[in-house]
Write a protein that binds this ligand. Structure first.
Ligand code: G6P
Length: 623
């Protein structure tokens, strides 16, 4: 949700900024802009509606930017104000000296705008961000007039600090001022910001993907912290100006992991990466030889986990669906009362958190505002807070008491795929870790570990059916309504299948428990409606067959995801996609793959932008 990249150093800023924006484009893509200060101290801004390529064309065709060594850029996901050029970032203060890019929401922007308008300031956009730019400019003037700035201190730094004391809401910001043409000021509260530390240069970005090409040394800013960066010096402090010793960390992922390689889309790449990603999630944790699970990240809290009375799994979107599978796994394997709740709902419902409650925040990005807010609420109420997170060093990962990283590698496609399966694997390992220390026998633990370790090869067999799935989808992709149905462990998979289809092909789809269909949604079924059943062999197979019959009787066309070798299912289905047999509790890891591929092929057939679907953002950092 909005991407920021900023640079100060010895290299020419503009190409570096635009390349950085391309890496961050998955965070938002309705408009983009760049600001630089040239060596004569002039500010230059270019903004364009649409993708980064539009901005790039604007710069290349007639609106070239001069050579500059400091600048910043932004790709937007609109919150306040339509995606127009005047609402695109960077925004300027009234004098045009100060430029600002911002990710987050200034909640009291209306009151600030009124106050600043009363002082004669003008606004040219509908954004909350411009209000902050104008406020910084106003305070900058005030400070210069009062001449209160001690020698050696940047007036820009002071103005930003003063402004941030007045704002309510969330921000990751970068600010430059043409009167201080070698100073980049950045700050964060609630929105991510990472400082890449190079030799005589700093690259600041919303995430590591825009930094890794330049340096692997990074500083993660915490909330209410800021940095004042010059090519040859930097200082980190709180917004109250208390100095902080920066901790420099090493980035985990390599540049190649962010590249598309030979794939046409990130989503397809990430679907096909799942066997490797899952092997990485399991590595060093699921020890098949001894039938044991080793989870170093949570071992400090083993006692609390064994004694837990209740586990609350929380997240949003696909992460919430993984949590629903985790709910079944925890109760099945660890025998602890578990619930999975939307983070956004948990946070505001005055939740009961008794002693012995463990909250597990599930998030690919580790930056989702709703999930972060739920985590903080749970901690405030005394819960042990764990994280199941992909992005190393992300805000949620740093705020949890302990956690387990997915090690799935960067996920760039807006529709989450490999994070989902790695989240389930991680939750399965957590359930085993706890279960084995409670009631689970060694034999059962070994069986599930063996099952988990077999998943990567089994998944490869499912992926081989991609062309078969494409031919099925092409027959139905003009239909505007689909249903996805499953029971037990496959109910969350049905939800995830419907979400994937909605997200990237804009087809209306609903996922639900197969049994629930007859309580209302059955009225939707008309002649030829595609209905995807997850109908693998397991405890509820016969019941699912009955539900299939109910749909067929009303003209629905059945696409069944079924167990390899199940001859019976062909009698009930127009199309069958086979998955290898697996323990029931691990089947979601296989059955979700055809649904990811259905969504991918449907989006392609409908000419949709697979990696950047309309209106969405990969990382939603506003509540
Ligand atoms: C957004 C994305 C979804 C994702 C959800 C949670 O809505 O579009 O794909 O599942 O956020 O993201 P997280 O990073 O917390 O897993």
């Amino acid at each position: 949700m909005c991407g920021i990249v900023a640079y100060v150093g010895r290299k020419i800023a503009q190409p570096l900024l635009v390349e950085g924006l391309k890496r961050l484009e998955y965070r938002g893509y309705d408009s983009a802009g760049v600001a630089v200060i040239d060596s004569a101290g002039n500010m230059h801004i270019r903004r364009a509606v649409g993708r980064i390529s539009v901005l790039e064309n604007t710069i290349q065709n007639g609106q070239a930017l001069p050579e500059s060594f400091i600048g910043m850029a932004h790709t937007r996901w609109a919150t306040h104000g339509a995606p127009t050029e005047c609402n695109a970032h960077p925004h300027l203060d009234n004098s045009g000296r100060i430029a600002l890019v911002h990710n987050g929401i200034i909640e009291n922007y209306a009151a600030l705008k009124k106050f600043l308008s009363g002082k004669g300031h003008q606004f040219s956009s509908q954004t909350d961000t411009e209000v902050l730019a104008v406020l910084i400019g106003d305070l900058y003037d005030e400070m210069k007039v009062q001449n209160h700035i001690p020698p050696g201190v940047s007036p820009l730094q002071r103005a930003v600090q003063a402004a941030l004391h007045q704002v309510e809401g969330t921000y990751g910001i970068a600010v430059i001022c043409k009167e201080e043409p070698d100073t980049l000021v950045v700050a964060r509260k609630g929105s991510p910001l990472i400082i890449g530390v190079g030799k005589d240069e700093y690259v600041v970005a919303s995430d590591a993907s825009a930094i890794v090409e330049h340096t692997t040394q990074v500083i993660y800013l915490n909330d209410n912290e800021m940095a004042i960066l010059k090519p040859d010096a930097f200082r980190t402090c709180t917004i109250d100006d208390i100095a902080i010793s920066p901790v420099v960390s090493q980035l985990e992922n390599k540049l190649e992991e962010y590249e598309l390689g030979d794939y046409p889309h990130y989503m397809l790449k990430e679907i096909f990466e799942q066997p490797t990603a899952i092997s990485n999630t399991l590595r060093g944790r699921a020890e098949q030889k001894d039938g044991r699970i080793v989870l170093g990240g949570v071992s400090k809290y083993t006692r609390e986990l064994i004694r837990a009375h209740r586990i609350i799994l929380t997240g949003q979107g696909t992460a919430w669906h993984a949590g629903l599978v985790g709910d079944y796994l925890m109760e099945d394997l660890a025998k602890i009362v578990t619930e999975c709740t939307y983070a956004s709902e948990f946070r505001y419902r005055n939740p009961i958190v008794e002693e012995g409650t463990v909250v597990v925040a599930i998030s690919q990005s580790g930056e989702t505002a709703d999930t972060l807010a739920a985590l903080r609420e749970a901690k405030e109420r005394g819960a042990l807070a764990l994280g199941v997170i992909n992005a190393v060093g992300s805000t949620i990962a740093r705020e949890t008491d302990a956690g387990i990283y997915l090690h799935a590698g960067p996920e760039i496609g807006v529709a989450s795929t490999k994070a989902f399966t790695c989240q389930i694997v991680t939750l399965a390992m957590l359930a085993l870790y706890i279960g084995r220390r409670r009631f689970m026998s060694q034999a059962q633990c070994q069986e599930v570990i063996d099952g988990l370790c077999a998943i990567p090869d089994q998944m490869t067999k499912v992926l081989e059916q991609s062309d078969h799935i494409r031919t099925i989808v092409e027959q139905f992709c003009e239909r505007e309504n689909w249903l996805f149905l499953g029971r037990g462990y496959h109910y969350p998979v049905a939800l995830e299948g419907a979400l994937k289809l909605k997200e990237i092909s804009y087809i209306h789809a609903e996922g639900m428990p197969a049994a629930e269909m007859k309580h209302g949604p059955i009225a939707l079924i008309n002649d030829g409606m595609p209905v995807v059943f997850i109908a693998t062999q397991g405890s509820q197979y016969d019941k699912v067959i009955s539900n299939i019959e109910e749909v067929r009787a009303r003209g629905g066309k059945i696409i069944a995801v079924a167990t390899e070798g199940d001859a019976n299912i062909h009698r009930y289905s127009e199309h069958v996609i086979e998955v290898p047999d697996a323990m029931e509790c691990l089947q979601p890891l296989l059955t979700v793959v055809p649904l990811q591929l259905i969504a991918y092929h449907a989006a392609l057939a409908r000419g949709c932008n697979v990696d950047k679907p309309r209106n969405l953002a990969k990382s939603v950092t506003v509540e």
